[in-house]
Design a protein around this ligand. Structure first.
Ligand code: UD1
Length: 352
């Protein structure tokens, strides 16, 4: 029996783990346990995803959140190590690039337990992003590197990774969208009319008050002059706007669950975001995307012309929205693996 301990903690990881866990159920030689670090803890950021995705309650529930990155990651390391000793898995499975990802990979590697990383090889080449540090170290510690795109494979090859550890599987978020899109649900708090969808939570945008103000000015301008902007607000952003008395005038709603998020993507005219995952989800739904960052790990979307980088600059954000608003996006998902990433991952793990 191959025992897997999956470590998750932040909102997008629940979605990714949900589809891979389902694929792993096909293999009778695999037993999976789930550890939730507690990094995201509000019902709207965590338990709603477990309910909607039909995931069982975590086998190990930690309660580690907030504080500095070192503090959060350090506490996770201590408790994940204890859980690994207790569960004695053969493999630890981690997703993406959050502090929970890094802590899971490091705890396992220190105990000589194999690590599998889903979303390996992504790079922004911006080391001021906490996520870039987390993904570089996690890749270094991993024995199985599951890449979502050809670009991710090339990044790892450039860094000298052993080719036999690299596997181009595609993006599990496409699998999730294909599986769940019929269950898309209009959020109760949404009150009709066409809209541009916006999300904002990245440390590089929210920790700099100048950038935050500039983005908010742009969103307010678009809302009043281009088209209504609807924004499910991340708790981090909400706190910072309040503390700094920044007046966001768009239509604000609470963070939404996965099904509501799918509905918003399917029904918006365009997405403005600094999220990594939502850039691709917009593409899966045939929607143009303005990315409020200076770089993206998903640059194939820039090459296709369906996504534009606008940073945090007022003029650039408004200009990109005007450029892309009525553009057509044809998406067949083939650059992201066609929706079979989870089954490829499960098959490789089961034969490890
Ligand atoms: C984290 C990830 C980021 C990912 C995002 C997905 C890291 C370094 N960052 O960012 O890569 O894109 O998750 O959403 O791991 N908070 C709440 N309730 C919650 C969750 C968070 O109030 O349920 C508050 C926290 O207390 C903290 C702030 O929001 O003050 C930020 O949370 P944190 O988990 O540190 O980072 P995210 O910005 O969510």
């Amino acid at each position: 029996m191959l025992k897997i301990l999956t470590v998750v903690g932040a909102r997008p990881q629940f979605v990714k783990a949900g589809v891979v866990s389902r694929a792993l159920l096909e293999y009778s030689n695999v037993e999976e346990k789930l550890l939730h670090t507690g990094q995201h803890f509000d019902a709207a950021m965590s338990s709603i995803f477990f309910d909607q995705l039909g995931m069982p309650k975590p086998d190990v529930q930690l309660n580690i959140n907030g504080g500095s990155h070192g503090e959060m990651t350090g506490k996770m390391l201590i408790e994940i190590e204890a859980a690994i000793v207790d569960q004695s898995p053969n493999l630890v499975l981690v997703y993406g690039d959050t502090n929970s990802t890094l802590a899971g990979a490091l705890a396992a590697a220190k105990l000589n337990i194999s690590v599998a990383h889903v979303e390996a090889g992504l790079r922004s080449y911006n080391r001021t992003m906490p996520e870039e540090i987390n993904r570089i170290i996690t890749d270094q510690l991993s024995d199985l590197l599951f890449c979502p795109t050809q670009l991710a494979v090339s990044n790892l090859e450039k860094e000298g990774y052993v080719p036999s550890t690299i596997d181009l599987v595609g993006d599990v978020m496409l699998d999730a969208v294909n599986f769940f899109k019929k269950q898309a649900q209009k959020p109760k708090s949404y009150t009709g009319g066409s809209f541009l969808l916006a999300t904002l939570h990245r440390a590089e945008n929210t920790n700099s008050i100048d950038k935050l103000r500039s983005i908010v000015d742009a969103l307010n301008f678009i809302h009043h002059n281009v088209g209504k902007v609807l924004m499910p607000l991340h708790p981090r952003t909400s706190k910072l706007l309040l503390e700094n008395k920044i007046d966001l005038q768009v239509n604000i709603i609470e963070p939404v669950g996965y099904f509501e998020s799918l509905w918003l993507l399917d029904n918006c005219q365009l997405l403005l975001t600094d999220s990594g995952g939502m850039q691709k989800e917009a593409y899966f739904f045939g929607k143009p995307c303005v990315t409020m960052r200076e770089e993206t790990e998903w640059s194939e979307l820039i090459d296709l012309g369906v996504n534009k980088l606008a940073g945090s600059d007022f003029e650039r954000i408004v200009g990109c929205v005007n450029d892309l608003l009525d553009s057509r996006v044809d998406s067949d998902g083939q650059i992201y693996g066609g929706g079979a990433a989870a089954s490829r991952i499960a098959s490789r793990i089961a034969s490890a």
